[in-house]
Design a protein. Structure first.
Length: 253
């Protein structure tokens, strides 16, 4: 009976507001004032319900860590920026070192304060990550602009030269742009780097970093991070809709 009564009351409330809309032209000033106050209180409750429902029902789901992984993957990760909402969603007039969260930092040497970045909600049907990152550049007089993404400590544990590190990204610039991905591995006092150029003919990019040829001290690997380097980014807006990492073993020959 409770549900029947709730539906009955709901219909009566809707009917009351329908009549109020119809009678607006002839309503007195005191009636308008009271209806306005009631409508504002109701609007706050309705918008709270709508916003919460939109956040929970929107696809992809917040916190999703689902993505394709190569055979033999023993570690994978999607950084938090592409999974969860940030407490500070953006930076305007980014300084030369501009952290967005503990994992993601923007670096540049441009003297102009015309660089901004902002976390956005992904809503396309083919998006797998809940959020994306928009980097907007207007005037640019520097020599480099890069986005540094630190990998969790788990990526270093058990890392060997038999591993391949795969990076998958969805990058969509407004105008043609060259993008490089550089994997950095710190072991002891040394840092090894592998640089790969992304094929920007498509929006989805997958690169494998082969560690076999690196003079890597496997027992002293301390830190791994990725740099996305943007060449000549002036007057451009770059959307990074997804970024994922996978560590997998090289196939046996």
């Amino acid at each position: 009976m409770g549900k029947l009564l709730d539906r009955y009351i709901h219909r009566k409330v809707v009917e009351r507001w329908r009549r109020a809309v119809q009678n607006l032209p002839t309503a007195t000033v005191p009636q308008l004032r009271q209806q306005r106050d009631d409508a504002r209180k109701l609007r706050y409750k309705l918008e709270s319900v709508i916003n919460e429902a939109d956040a929970r029902l929107a696809k992809p789901l917040i916190g999703s860590n689902q993505f394709a992984k190569p055979l033999g993957t023993d570690w994978c990760n999607r950084p938090d920026l592409w999974r969860m909402p940030l407490s500070r969603p953006g930076v305007a007039s980014a300084p030369r070192r501009a952290p967005l969260d503990p994992q993601v930092t923007l670096f540049h040497d441009c003297p102009l304060a015309e660089i901004g970045m902002r976390q956005t909600r992904n809503k396309r049907d083919n998006d797998l990550a809940a959020f994306g990152l928009a980097v907007e550049v207007f005037g640019f007089a520097g020599s480099f602009l890069s986005l540094s993404v630190a990998l969790p400590s788990e990526a270093s544990q058990g890392l060997t030269k038999q591993h391949l590190m795969r990076v998958d990204s969805v990058i969509m610039p407004d105008h043609p742009l060259e993008v490089f991905a550089r994997l950095n591995i710190q072991h002891g006092p040394n840092i090894e780097q592998v640089l790969r150029k992304l094929d920007m003919a498509s929006t989805s990019h997958s690169v494998d970093f082969d560690l076999a040829h690196l003079p890597l001290n496997e027992r002293r690997v301390e830190k791994i991070w990725l740099d996305l380097i943007f060449e000549d980014p002036r007057m451009n807006r770059v959307m990074i809709r997804d970024l994922t990492f996978c560590r997998h073993h090289r196939a046996d020959l």
